[in-house]
Design a protein around this ligand. Structure first.
Ligand code: FAD
Length: 292
């Protein structure tokens, strides 16, 4: 099932993201967690790709397992920046062989030590290069791309970032998923700008439930996201009490999703981070709205 064919529903639907284990020893526990999430029957599940490709085998193993056992459509992430053509082509063949039709085409983060390196000889510099590769792979992939309501950290201006995004979409992105954000107005503003720039593909907002205080710093570092005062107050108040912080973080994410749906956004991706209890709680908070 192609993800693009799931995005035209009028009712709210949720998708969940999981990440593969880094080691063989962790495989079984991660597999179990992802299966628990699959039992919630989300619209689809995405499986991330380890930075530098370290967990690439597990990405496909997890995606294939969810699809085959639970009949949940899966989206396999793939990055390109640290790879050579031969490796990427091999990975694309493996995705085809696994029967996975949805691929999230990402550049990946540039390792800190290569940030100032001469990139002219690299096989892949941007996600668009991977999209070209997927398009010429003789497979009818449904291709997703990443976008950044608060600008990608390497872009000088939002105008530049949106110009590059348009090129990426024109190269063959069927849909986009956003970086996490904690203020929905930033998303609405971004949507307005990209639609004006002629980007018309569906955009799936990505919502990250922050359920413990330690996550806050990491999330900001990773995404550069703006933390509204309302969210900061919540962390101040509940950050030292794990159970209360978890409840408040889930409520905040639920609230963001309700507001998105009230503004006619029907597909929301939840960064559920291999936590079935959090995915289940968000889903049950929205049960009447989801009709589940
Ligand atoms: P690009 O689209 O290539 O953009 C990167 C930067 O380059 C932007 O500033 C863009 O404006 C600029 N740019 C693009 N094209 C050009 C051009 N032709 N010339 C000049 N500048 C250009 N990382 C992982 O390692 N694994 C994952 O599974 C993963 N999943 C993700 C899922 C989502 C939804 C998101 C939002 C991010 C994810 N990431 C993942 C992180 C992502 O790899 C990084 O954010 C990375 O830095 C950028 O990837 P991209 O695909 O957006 O890159």
């Amino acid at each position: 099932m192609k993800i693009i064919d799931l995005l035209n529903r009028e009712q709210l639907s949720l998708s969940f993201e999981v990440f593969p284990p880094k080691t063989e020893t962790a495989f079984e526990s991660v597999k179990e967690a992802t299966e628990e999430i699959a039992k919630l029957k989300p619209a689809f599940m995405s499986v991330t790709y380890g930075a530098g490709g370290g967990t690439s085998k597990y990405t496909l193993d997890i995606a294939k397992n969810i699809k085959e056992l639970y009949d949940v459509p899966t989206l396999a992430h793939l990055t390109c920046v640290s790879s050579i053509k031969e490796t990427v082509r091999e990975k694309i063949e493996q995705i085809k062989e696994a029967g996975i039709t949805n691929v999230m085409a990402l550049r990946g983060d540039i390792p800190a030590e290569l940030m100032d390196a001469d990139r002219s000889g690299w096989d892949y510099k941007y996600a668009i290069d991977l999209i070209h590769e997927l398009k010429s792979a003789n497979a009818d992939f449904c291709i997703g791309g990443a976008c950044y309501p608060e600008i990608h950290p390497e872009s000088a201006t939002q105008k530049d970032d949106i110009k590059r995004l348009k090129e990426k979409v024109d190269a063959g992105c069927d849909f986009l998923t956003t970086q996490m954000f904690f203020d929905n107005n930033l998303l609405y503003n971004f949507l307005y700008k990209i639609r004006e720039a002629g980007i018309t593909v569906p955009v799936i907002p990505g919502i990250m439930p922050i359920t413990n205080a330690n996550q806050v710093e990491r999330a900001i570092k990773l995404s550069g996201s703006f933390m509204p005062q309302r969210f900061k107050s919540l962390v101040d108040k509940f950050g030292s009490s794990p159970a209360a912080m978890k409840q408040a973080g889930i409520a905040y994410a639920t609230d963001q999703i309700i507001d998105l749906y009230a503004n006619n956004i029907t597909n929301v991706h939840v960064y559920s981070m291999n936590k079935p209890d959090i995915a289940a709680k968000i889903q049950s908070n929205l049960s009447d709205i989801l009709g589940k």
